[in-house]
Design a protein around this ligand. Sequence first.
Ligand code: ADP
Ligand code: MG
Length: 350
Amino acid sequence: NENQAVLDVQKIRKTYGRVEALREIDLRVAAGEFLTLLGASGSGKTTLLRIIAGFETPDSGRVSIRGADMTWASAAERQIGMVFQNYALFPHLTVLENVMFPLEMRRITRRAAADRARAALDSVHLGVFGDRYPRQLSGGQQQRVALARAIVFEPSLLLLDEPFSALDRRLRESMQQEVKQLQSSLGLTTIFITHDQEEALVMSDRIAVIGGGAIRQIGTPAEIYYHPNSISVATFVGESNIFEGAPKGRSFYAASGAHFSLAAPTDCNRMLIRPEAITLSRASVPADPREANVFAAQVLDRSFVGGFTVYRVRLAQGDEVSVRAIAREDAIFQPGETLQLTVAPADCRP
Ligand code: ADP
Ligand code: MG
């Protein structure tokens, strides 16, 4: 059955002494899906992955893989490939021998194992490095060896625990592209762990935001970004301006008194505006309130981030707002300047 979940995690709990590492986790991952567990350090990501992989047992709950209960199965029985932050290669084995290792564990002949390991190394563009030792490779190359070793036995599930966090930014970005391409070309069902929201947004089919041992929200990157279900998710994923206040039909009255028109009625007493949804201008544009919310605002400070500029401004009503504008040389606003701030009702998200 193509639509069957490859992984079905039900009501998983895990405590260490008094620490509730996982509170009650439910998670289903479909065949070929790339799912990211996104959460701050200590939120329970690694514990959940270790329970899925079979390195750790839950206090209660169930882990099924392709419909079979695997809660108490050994790691070896689960056919799961795993990549860790610190590569964890065998230093005394060559690159090729490292990648052959899981096949030899499975009693595949040495010759067949070598052929498959070479193919796996080719798929991560390391075909020519088979005879080297791990210490002779860069960090990025070592991590690609670890990836080859994790996929060489065609695992039913690939788990990656912060695999790029030891790499510098540029290398991390190219590894993100490479892993994503490999994952989709092989159709690998993948769970990826990161605490980096940008990495999660770039790579995932779906993101599960985890906090305090519980899944706070699960959805596509766009759902998580545009429709966060809580302030904690909104502030964890991307920048946001959050207004507390009172709704009235298609209006929202911020506590400061600032009045926003909305695209649809709401009864939510909080509203979110992403910084890039706001426009600043010097000219005063008479606006139809059904098409735009218009405010007078003063620039407090700005930071030029190349490509865009982040302004902190204060509305005449008093609210402080962060604005992310495409950097244009002819529109650089100075601290102290009074401007017109506009935001479309559709971008005011209850
Ligand atoms: P993350 O991977 O999101 O950083 P972890 O799953 O490693 O989080 O940890 C979740 C919580 O469980 C933390 O409070 C951590 O200190 C605790 N924890 C994890 N493993 C153990 C362990 N083996 N013994 C005691 N506490 C642990
Ligand atoms: Mg961890």
